[in-house]
Design a protein. Structure first.
Length: 433
């Protein structure tokens, strides 16, 4: 029965391709493209339907980000999830029948995505972005300005001397597969981006063209959407390395997604992976920061598959040496998550928490880098330079500028503090800006 279905699927795909002269255009993923080329001669089977289904939905996510019109894929998507339940929970003949149906559906899904992609190439995205007329564009500016970290620099002021685009035209696009929350970083005409994809988890692109220079793939023994590590962190540039932090939902601190990944900046080769604690992908961010001498990141323990489940928030801040091997200190910042990315100076790290506290920690306890600060004798006072309580949760990283700290809180206020002492300089209830 299954062989007959394979023959029918093959004839169906042959009919679709008959007389087709549309040239093959890469999806941006070698893995997806390989299946696209194979599927016309090798219909989906019992052996490969799971892997192909993952790649099909990776392509759906990629096309979604490009702005392709995916409405015609709706019926296939609905039918796929109906059949997936049968495949997972049925037995014997019913399971075989459902598997046969879902294999045929995957082939139809790829054929439909080919049509959608060709339409996108011909007609562009479903919605056209605004484009300026280029008038009143400022002259000059530093065209070699770099953006090597989130918010541009260690002060997090999000400012560049580059004049920016004149017209707002899209120079290039690059698909990363699934939903994406981290920021790209730019250095030496290269763009480093993280990806929550299951195959390639980070890329290095040419700044001018968007062409792929390398991609990094993390290999793990257990394959599956909720087991395979994704990368949700903003890349950290440290000398000749890129540092990324894994995230996902399965296995907690005993699962696969629990590491900092050190990648060779030139080649994309994975140099090492070291334990940093599990981060659930639903936080939408996996914070990590480095100033070149130290690594700092929030830490917690969460495993919803254990009995009883373990759900400790990301409420500890870990400081280690730059290789993530030697522990410098470990401090509990409260009972609720610290999801804001840490911000580091040469001697200190600034961490906001959902409990509304902003902490300034001495990276080397007892040494703040400011001779005028008097520290107590206890270990905690040597570690904490100062703390400040805002009127609500602090969910985003602070900005350092000219010896001052700027940040907003969920209570609706914007604050300016003295970086050295933590004393309030001014605060303002934020309104329309």
């Amino acid at each position: 029965m299954f062989k007959k279905s394979i023959l029918l699927t093959f004839l169906f795909l042959a009919f679709l391709s008959y007389g087709q002269t549309t040239p093959f255009t890469s999806s941006g993923s070698q893995d997806i493209d390989l299946v696209r080329k194979e599927i016309s001669n090798s219909p989906t089977s019992f052996e490969n339907f799971r892997e192909r289904s993952v790649l099909m939905y990776m392509w759906v996510g990629s096309l979604q980000q490009l702005g392709a019109d995916l409405r015609s894929f709706y019926d296939i998507d609905t039918e796929y999830y109906r059949l997936e339940g049968k495949v997972n929970w049925s037995k014997n003949e019913a399971k075989n029948e459902a598997t046969e149906q879902i294999a045929q559906l995957i082939d139809k899904g790829f054929a439909k995505l080919e049509t959608i992609y060709n339409n996108f190439i011909t007609n562009g995205p479903a919605f056209k972005p605004y484009q300026s007329d280029g008038k009143d564009f400022p002259e000059g500016g530093n065209m070699n300005a770099e953006w090597p970290m989130f918010q541009a620099n260690e002060h997090n002021n999000g400012h560049t001397d580059a004049p920016g685009p004149r017209y707002g035209r899209t120079a290039w696009k690059f698909p990363v597969g699934l939903g994406w929350y981290s920021s790209p970083v730019v250095e030496d005409n290269r763009v480093y981006i993280a990806s929550p994809g299951m195959y390639a988890t980070s890329f290095c692109l040419d700044l001018d063209t968007g062409k792929e220079i390398w991609k990094s793939t993390q290999n793990h023994p257990l394959f599956g959407i909720y087991k395979y590590p994704a990368i949700l962190s903003t890349p950290v540039i440290q000398d000749d390395k890129i540092i990324l932090r894994e995230a996902n939902s399965h296995g907690g601190n005993e699962g696969q997604a629990r590491h900092l990944v050190y990648i060779d900046k030139k080649t994309g080769k994975t140099l090492s992976r070291s334990f940093a604690g599990h981060v659930d992908y639903r936080t939408q961010n996996a914070p990590v920061a480095s100033n070149g001498k130290y690594i700092v990141y929030p830490f917690g323990v969460a495993d919803i598959y254990k009995y009883p489940p373990i759900c400790q928030n990301l409420n500890r801040l870990i400081c280690k040496d730059k290789t993530n091997n030697k522990l410098i200190w470990d401090f509990n910042v409260g009972d609720i998550d610290a999801l804001a990315e840490p911000v580091m100076s040469e001697h200190q790290v600034f961490q906001g928490t959902m409990e509304g506290y902003l902490y300034a920690f001495n990276l080397k306890p007892g040494h703040s880098g400011h001779d005028t600060v008097e520290l107590g004798n206890t270990e905690e006072k040597q570690l904490i330079a100062w703390n400040f309580q805002a009127d609500g949760a602090i969910n985003t990283k602070v900005t350092r500028y000219n010896n001052r700290i700027y940040f907003g809180a969920n209570g609706g206020s914007v604050y300016c503090l003295d970086e050295q002492s933590g004393k309030l300089i001014w605060s303002k209830k934020s309104g329309p800006c």
